[in-house]
Ligand binder design. Structure first.
Ligand SMILES: [Zn+2]
Length: 235
């Protein structure tokens, strides 16, 4: 099957997403160039960064989607989306934050943004002739690698272990299909969605601020005065 979506780390998640979005190969979202493009690979360059040598602008596959301008890694978004969809949106921000290793505030932000994105996509009619290829979700086994993990890898690995454990109880046979369907909806360019719905436009200003607390690990919980709303969902 084409375009398997992998969720275990950032590189895998970004590559999966690139295959989903750029079925014919990468396209510069600024000028439409498809040839003079290069993947940026400097040490401080974020995973998934590209440069267009026609218009000289950088871009990523997130451009034009609800994931644009987010500091939350793509694999965290995808794991969060899976958990939300598999739980029929009943997972609380607290639980989501625990599994993903992010602050409650960041988890609340992910939930809000995903719900708004899906609501906006509901009103959107796909252009005639849009093709959906077969896809599947891949759960990579966690390798017992004797080599010591780099700090970032260790965080990814333990997050993925928590994710797999969480979906053991949540997911059923329909979860993969629901996840892929939701992901497709969220990958619709937000500019097109805004034409059919104004929902995504709200709340964009507080996005950066909310994400500053990413990777809080419990030592520095919720310092701000603005708290996410209380929820009655599963904890
Ligand atoms: Zn360009």
């Amino acid at each position: 099957m084409a375009n398997a979506v992998r969720l275990h780390d950032e590189k895998a998640a970004v590559c999966s997403l690139e295959k989903l979005v750029w079925r014919e190969g990468p396209v510069c979202p600024h000028c439409g160039e498809t040839c003079r493009l290069g993947r940026l690979s400097g040490q401080s360059t974020p995973i998934g960064a590209w440069k267009c040598y026609a218009c000289r602008k950088p871009f990523t596959v997130r451009h034009g989607t609800i994931f644009q301008n987010s500091h939350v890694p793509m694999h965290v978004w995808l794991q969060g989306l899976y958990l939300l969809v598999a739980s029929k949106h009943r997972v609380s921000s607290q639980k989501l934050g625990q599994v993903l290793g992010v602050s409650v505030r960041t988890a609340w932000h992910l939930k809000t943004k995903i719900a708004a994105g899906l609501a906006a996509a509901e009103d959107y009619e796909e252009p005639q002739g849009a093709v959906r290829l077969l896809e599947r979700v891949v759960r990579e086994p966690i390798a017992d690698d004797p080599a010591p993990l780099q700090p970032g890898q260790a965080v990814c690995k333990s997050r993925y272990e928590r994710f797999l454990k969480a979906i053991e109880n949540l997911a059923d046979a329909s979860s993969d299909a629901l996840f892929l369907d939701a992901l497709h909806q969220l990958l619709l360019p937000s500019s097109e969605l805004e034409r059919s719905s104004g929902i995504l436009a709200s709340g964009r200003g507080i996005e950066q601020q909310l994400e500053l607390s990413l990777f809080d690990d419990g030592k520095r919980q919720m310092g701000g005065s603005r708290s996410p709303p209380r929820e009655d969902g599963e904890t």
